[in-house]
Design a protein around this ligand. Structure first.
Ligand code: SF4
Ligand code: SF4
Length: 188
């Protein structure tokens, strides 16, 4: 029996706390969906935080070597919350929201046979959920795999970028800027 199976009864009440408190690291795939949906310039969707601004000890591969230092690309906050959170606590870009928003607060673990072995909730904020919901293991598996795959692809790009920056520095040049990084990812 998987640990935490009872959490499949989780139901989001839409309190909006997860859109206010934690900063959300995003991938270029997340950014592409938001830029395409909103027509905002990529630079206006994101912010850059250093290791003091975000608790991400298990993901060193998400830190990008930039002229300003090692930074993580996160969804931009404004006035104490995500800039896409409406007054009514609803997400203004719901259909294009990042994968991290879709899977939150679930943190599932599957074995090689696609069997759920553990389910827990990420404790990044005060999540005012109810326990009368119904979530499918198949749905969680598919979202988890998609999230992992996009993160892996993004981190491979970060690794290659960081390699290029090391070469620049060895050649006596300064590391590149955030604008150049967005250009590298294919954004204007
Ligand atoms: S994109 Fe939407 S769901 Fe994600 S943090 Fe912002 S308001 Fe919340
Ligand atoms: S904090 Fe929990 S209950 Fe509140 S909106 Fe986020 S997922 Fe839903």
């Amino acid at each position: 029996m998987p640990t935490g199976l009872h959490l499949l009864r989780f139901r989001c009440t839409g309190c909006g706390n997860c859109c206010r408190d934690p900063l959300l690291p995003i991938t270029d795939g997340d950014l592409r969906r938001i830029v395409d949906a909103t027509r905002l310039p990529a630079r206006d969707v994101i912010n850059w935080v250093d290791r003091h601004g975000i608790d991400l000890p298990g993901e060193p591969e998400s830190f990008v070597h930039l002229r300003s230092g090692r930074r993580v690309m996160v969804l931009r906050h404004r006035r104490g919350g995500c800039q896409f959170l409406g007054e009514d606590n609803r997400c203004k870009i719901y259909d294009s929201r990042p994968l991290g928003c879709r899977i939150f607060p679930f943190d599932p673990e599957f074995n090689r046979n696609r069997k759920l072995v553990r389910l827990r909730l990420i404790e990044a904020t005060e999540c005012l959920y109810e326990k009368d919901g119904s979530n499918s293991v198949a749905g969680l598996y598919s979202l988890h795999k998609r999230t992992e795959a996009e993160l892996g692809e993004y981190q491979a790009k970060v690794t290659e970028w960081n390699r290029q920056q090391k070469r620049r520095i060895r050649a006596g040049k300064a590391a590149s800027t955030t604008t150049e990084y967005l250009d590298y990812l294919g954004f204007e």
